[in-house]
Design a protein around this ligand. Structure first.
Ligand SMILES: Cc1cc2nc3c(=O)[nH]c(=O)nc-3n(C[C@H](O)[C@H](O)[C@H](O)COP(=O)(O)OP(=O)(O)OC[C@H]3O[C@@H](n4cnc5c(N)ncnc54)[C@H](O)[C@@H]3O)c2cc1C
Length: 417
């Protein structure tokens, strides 16, 4: 069969791999000049390793991608335990890696901590329950951990991650977040792009036709066949963001099917990457910013996990946000974004930051909003159009999107063709 794979992120690349293994004639269409999608990396002339445009790591239970890497002969994934911490209103950093760290947190009483601790322990071992879809995360946390814990530990984190959608996020999100997290975090020698490039080479040897810098502008039907920018195929796998697919394929899908997709809500990812002489954070890799005093969602000091020698001896720090498209930060020029964050960085570090370079990245539709509308209307592999399949990051629910699920979805969808 001639199969078109729309999108060259990890879902598309994995789907293409398994489809080609089954002797299909596969073509990947990717609009960017480089494969990788949201996990894409870039390199500076004096760096040995690629760096992701958006911070990336694996969890030690990300079995799908770990097993897939092994299957294709890629053995450059390693695990370590860098520090995770939270920043509260006193602008001090509190490690959050162990139950002891948790017990040391200030301004929460022993009773609150025990209540919160036992709920977290329950979420860690509990299977997914339907009750998590019948209440919001806020309702669940207030009920189980109490109002004070919600206010102190969670409220600001939810606001930072989901903006004014924070109040409608289902409890399934908090279940998945706690259930999945591991202390050990994984990374790829050379950066995730090394894995993507390795996989792309495997695709070449399987004779997959990879078209980069090739934007899909229209999707049509001619009888039983599918037309992608007028190239003819027997079957299609779309890994495009759902709103992009809805726009491109409105000629071929029934109106009531597309109507469901229009009920889905998203935020867009924004990262600002700083390459500096001194680190922003001395010890912490991942800092959840739980204080409204610093208007950033997370600060990720990548070089407290991965050696700075791979980046010309400089430190790498990410600042991350999830925002609506019309947010003023999304529209700022890079230099204005840097000027916006500078005064806040000064509050976090005594180091005189010499910023050698800075980069920004925008990931469209990168964060689906897991609310009631989402559960009812999210896409599935099968569509009303014969031999037209969808596999995209909306389908990782209840888990938050991740490269592990991209690989899993790619393999699953290929198995259906
Ligand atoms: C800020 C951030 C942090 C993350 N952190 C982690 C992490 O720590 N660990 C982890 O495992 N995962 C992480 N992820 C998630 C991970 O990157 C994604 O789940 C995964 O890469 C999704 O792969 P995909 O192929 O499904 O989608 P995408 O990577 O979005 O691929 C879709 C592709 O379609 C292409 N496309 C779109 N429109 C068109 C068009 N018209 N024509 C042709 N091509 C088109 C896009 O360019 C893109 O390459 C993070 C994501 C973000 C945004």
């Amino acid at each position: 069969m001639k199969v078109a794979v729309l999108g060259g992120g990890l879902t598309g690349l994995t789907a293409a791999y398994y489809l080609a293994k089954k002797n299909n004639q596969v073509t990947i269409f990717e609009k960017s000049p480089v494969l990788g999608g949201l996990a894409i990396g870039f390199k500076q002339p004096n760096w040995n390793w690629h760096l992701e445009k958006a911070y990336h790591h694996l969890f030690s239970n990300d079995d799908d991608i770990i097993n897939f890497a092994e299957e294709i002969g890629f053995d450059r994934i390693f695990f370590e335990s860098p520090e995770t911490a939270s920043l509260f209103d006193d602008l001090k950093i509190y490690p959050m890696d162990t139950p002891i760290d948790f017990l040391k947190l200030p301004s929460l009483g022993v009773f609150d901590k025990l209540r919160a601790g036992s709920t977290l322990a329950f979420l860690k071992v509990s299977p997914f329950l339907l009750t998590f879809e019948r209440q919001t995360s806020e309702q669940f946390i207030k009920k189980t951990m109490g109002n004070r814990v919600w206010k102190r530990l969670w409220q600001e984190l939810f606001r930072k991650k989901f903006g004014n959608y924070a109040g409608i996020i289902l409890a399934s999100f908090i279940w998945a977040r706690i259930n999945k997290r591991t202390k050990n975090l994984g990374y790829v020698e050379g950066g995730f792009q090394t894995f993507i490039d390795y996989l792309a080479n495997r695709l070449k040897s399987l004779r997959v036709n990879v078209l980069t810098d090739y934007e899909i502008k229209n999707i049509k039907k001619r009888g039983e066949k599918h037309l992608i920018n007028n190239h003819v195929f027997d079957a299609v796998v779309s890994t495009l963001p759902t709103p992009v697919l809805s726009r491109l394929a409105d000629d071929i899908f029934p109106a009531e099917f597309l109507q469901k997709f229009r009920k889905l809500k998203y935020l867009h990812a924004l990262t600002l990457i700083l390459e500096t002489k001194e680190p922003v954070l001395e010890k912490t890799y991942w800092l959840n910013v739980s204080s409204p005093r610093i208007p950033v969602m997370a600060i990720v000091q990548h070089t407290n996990f991965i050696d700075k020698k791979n980046y010309g001896g400089n430190h790498i720090c990410y600042l991350g946000w999830y925002l609506k498209r019309e947010d003023k930060l999304m529209r700022m020029a890079d230099k204005d974004l840097l000027s916006f964050v500078r005064p806040y960085l000064k509050k976090l570090t005594a180091n005189e930051l010499q910023i050698k370079n800075y980069f920004t990245f925008k990931g469209p539709f990168a964060q689906p909003i897991f609310d009631n509308d989402f559960v009812k209307n999210k896409p599935d592999f099968i569509t009303p159009v014969k031999n037209f399949y969808v596999a995209n990051l909306d389908m990782t629910y209840p888990y938050d999107r991740g490269t592990n699920y991209a690989v899993k979805l790619g393999k699953q969808v290929a198995g259906m063709i």
